[in-house]
Design a protein around this ligand. Structure first.
Ligand code: AMP
Ligand code: MG
Length: 291
């Protein structure tokens, strides 16, 4: 990436290899991204699992620094938006990535079909209410993007209404970023064949029946429409303020490693600082010694 042979500088390794490899936007052709690929990582499953385990400590420290910063007035926060088809591994991201950091520093919100109360409000109302407080890592398991995904595929509101939402989402996210939130949007990109295998497993195993919903097979019937709706999201809503990352998700271990790295890279860019003591440390040490 950062090769600069012309002026003779040594090529430098990017500080954000996963973000560079996974960044999507207008011009990204979703159908050309192989869901089994592992961009930014050339090891196998065992190496990927080791690499994921090695990230727990650095990411936990960065999270704690972000939280500590907010205790002394810092206003920054992170919002990780996770989208994907049924069985794409959203739950695994919650357990294996988000679950690796201090639960006190994380706020997970799962968005289901809107309740009667939520339906009385504009679609971004429930999203606004769930934004992370300063110092927190907010995580959305599904999000406002459902309002241009499932809603578009099934015309749950008229086309004229959902088609305005892309612009509304961009304006909304710009405001969120302006207030100090770093937004990381992840699409878990699973293949139709892999989904069939995962649904088959859910049906074969009694301990997985609770995850199965007969409606998932109906949704699967709309696969191409969903891919088109995801493509539109990437075309219209991957902004410099709040970019989308397409994470190949047929290999669960890779998707988890990739999202953890995206989190780490963004936290490193934020570089949150431990607050300086607002007391004289020497003086307090002396007092403590005498006590
Ligand atoms: P799950 O994530 O499997 O618990 O399913 C949640 C369901 O809620 C999915 O079928 C989503 O499509 C649906 N859902 C989430 N947000 C919306 C929305 N804004 N409008 C309609 N359905 C939604
Ligand atoms: Mg489901």
């Amino acid at each position: 990436m950062a090769k600069d042979k012309k002026d003779g500088k040594k090529s430098k390794k990017s500080a954000t290899p996963f973000a560079d490899a996974l960044r999507a936007g207008p011009g990204t052709d979703l159908s050309a991204i192989d869901p089994r690929s592992t961009p930014g990582f050339d090891g196998d499953k065992a190496a990927g699992q080791d690499a994921l385990a090695d990230l727990t400590e650095p990411v936990s420290e960065l999270q704690e620094r972000l939280f500590a910063e907010s205790r002394s007035g810092g206003e920054r926060s992170v919002l990780l938006v996770v989208q994907g088809m049924d069985t794409s591994g959203k739950g695994g991201i919650m357990r294996h990535v988000v679950g690796a950091v201090d639960p006190q520093g994380v706020e997970i919100t799962s968005f289901k079909a809107p309740t009667a109360e939520e339906k009385k409000h504009p679609f971004l109302w429930r999203i606004r209410n769930a934004l992370p407080s300063p110092g927190m890592i907010g995580v959305f398991d599904r999000s406002h993007y459902e309002d241009v995904l499932v809603v578009r595929v099934h015309d749950l509101v008229p086309r004229a209404q959902w088609s305005r939402r892309y612009g509304q989402i961009n304006t909304f996210e710009e405001g969120v970023v302006d207030k100090g939130t770093t937004i990381i949007k992840v699409m878990l990109h699973v293949s139709k064949d892999e989904q069939k295998e995962r649904l088959t497993e859910r049906l074969d195993r009694p301990d997985k029946h609770w995850k199965f919903n007969p409606g998932d097979i109906d949704e699967r019937g709309h696969w191409d429409d969903y891919q088109e709706a995801y493509q539109a999201v990437i075309d219209k809503c991957s902004t410099d303020d709040a970019p989308w990352y397409v994470v190949p998700a047929d290999r669960k271990w890779y998707a988890r490693l990739a999202v953890m790295n995206l989190l780490k890279e963004h936290l490193e860019q934020l570089d949150p600082q431990w607050p300086k003591a607002d007391f004289d440390v020497k003086e307090q040490q002396a007092r403590l010694a005498e006590s």
